[in-house]
Design a protein around this ligand. Structure first.
Ligand code: BEZ
Ligand code: FE
Length: 318
C-alpha cells in the first residue's frame, strides 16, 4: 500500500500557490499499519501492527539517521551470521536486553509462595544423567564441593515425592561442560529425584561468576555501551512434578559479585542463598569429599497446575 497523502493545510516545504501536499512521517506509519488490515489471523495482525507502531515510534523518538539504520542492519546481519546450531545470538540479544525475563514474567505468572522462575540460558542440554540421592555431579575436580539440599514442596508445605530436579552448572574454570571439549559430557549435570518426603540432595561445586558469550554482536554492544558481560554465580535447575507447574530457576550464591548487575537481569531477590563454608573435619562431610567444602539449603515450592512449560533444548549450546 502506498503512503496516504495528507490533505490538510499547506505545510512548510509545500509549493506556494499550488495544492501540493507532502507525505509526512506519520502518513508512512499509517500506511504500514494499514497494510495488515487484510490479515485473517487476528493475533498475527495485532502483533504485526503493534510492532510497526512501536518500531516507527522508536525511529521518530530518536530521530534515527540513515547511518544508524545501516548500523542496525549490520548488527542484525552479524547476529544471523554468528548464529548456528550451537550458538543462538538472537536469544542472547533477548537475554541481554531483558526481554527474556520480561516474556517469562508475562507468560508464566506464578502465585505468591511459589519458587520464582528465571532464564533458561544457552547451556541447558536435555538428557542429563539420572543420578542417585546425594550423588556427585562433578566428573572431575571443578571447585569447592557444595552439598546442595532441601525439599520440593507444594504451596501448602507438603513434600512432593518423585519430583525431578534437572541441574546444570559451571565449574571453577567458568565453563559449562558443553563449552569445554575436554570435559566429560555428563560433567556438572544431573537429574535427581526427590524422596518420599520431598527431600533431595546432591553434591555440586560452588559456582563462580562467568561472562555470557561476548565475542559477537552482543559483546560488542555491551562494550560500546559500557556494560559488563558478567553473571553472578549460580546453579541452574528445572524442577518438574506431575500436577505441578514446571519451574526454571537458579540458586544464586548470596555472596557473589554481580548480583546487582547481572548481564541478563535474571536475579530476583527471592533466589540468592547462603553457601555455608564447612571445615574438612565437619562430621557432616559428605562421602568422597576431602578438604574444605560448603553447603547450601534450598527449598523449592511448586505451584499446582498442568505443566505449562515444555522446556526443550532451544539449540543454544554456545
Ligand atoms: C546462563 O546462565 O547460563 C546464561 C543465561 C543467559 C545468557 C547467557 C548465559
Ligand atoms: Fe548459567
Amino acid at each position: 500500500m502506498r503512503p496516504v497523502r495528507s490533505r490538510s493545510s499547506p505545510r512548510p516545504g509545500s509549493v506556494a500557490g499550488t495544492n501540493e501536499t507532502r507525505t509526512q512521517p506519520a502518513d508512512i506509519t499509517s500506511a504500514a499499519i494499514a497494510s495488515f488490515e487484510g490479515c485473517s489471523d487476528a493475533r498475527l495482525q495485532e502483533l504485526a501492527q503493534t510492532l510497526v507502531r512501536h518500531l516507527h515510534a522508536f525511529a521518530v523518538e530518536v530521530g534515527l539517521t540513515q547511518e544508524e539504520w545501516e548500523a542496525g542492519v549490520g548488527i542484525l546481519t552479524a547476529t544471523g551470521q554468528i548464529t548456528d546450531e550451537r550458538r543462538q545470538e538472537f536469544i542472547l540479544w533477548s537475554d541481554s536486553l531483558g526481554l527474556s525475563m520480561l516474556v517469562d514474567a508475562l507468560a508464566n505468572p506464578l502465585p505468591a509462595g511459589a519458587t520464582e522462575s528465571t532464564v533458561l540460558g544457552p547451556f541447558y542440554v536435555p538428557g542429563a544423567p539420572e543420578r542417585a540421592y546425594g550423588e556427585n555431579m562433578a566428573e572431575e575436580p571443578a571447585g569447592t564441593p557444595a552439598w546442595v539440599y532441601g525439599r520440593v514442596l507444594d504451596l501448602d508445605g507438603h513434600g512432593i515425592a518423585a519430583a525431578e530436579l534437572d541441574v546444570w552448572q559451571n565449574g571453577d574454570d567458568r565453563l559449562y561442560a558443553v563449552q569445554s571439549p575436554e570435559a566429560p559430557e555428563e560433567h556438572l549435570r544431573g537429574r535427581f529425584r526427590t524422596r518420599g518426603d520431598g527431600s533431595y540432595a546432591f553434591l555440586a561445586v560452588r559456582p563462580v561468576p562467568y561472562t555470557i558469550p561476548d565475542d559477537g554482536p552482543v559483546g560488542a554492544m555491551l562494550d560500546a555501551t559500557g556494560r559488563h558481560p558478567w553473571r553472578p554465580a549460580h546453579i541452574h535447575m528445572i524442577v518438574r512434578a506431575p500436577g505441578h507447574r514446571t519451574v526454571v530457576t537458579h540458586i544464586f550464591d548470596a555472596a557473589s559479585g554481580y548480583l546487582d548487575s547481572d548481564a541478563v537481569f535474571a536475579v530476583k531477590p527471592s533466589l540468592p542463598r547462603e553457601f555455608v563454608p564447612r571445615a574438612a573435619d565437619d562430621p557432616e562431610r559428605p562421602d568422597g569429599v576431602e578438604g574444605a567444602w560448603c553447603s547450601v539449603e534450598n527449598d523449592l515450592v511448586l505451584a499446582p497446575g498442568e505443566d505449562a512449560r515444555l522446556v526443550v533444548d532451544p539449540g543454544r549450546t554456545a
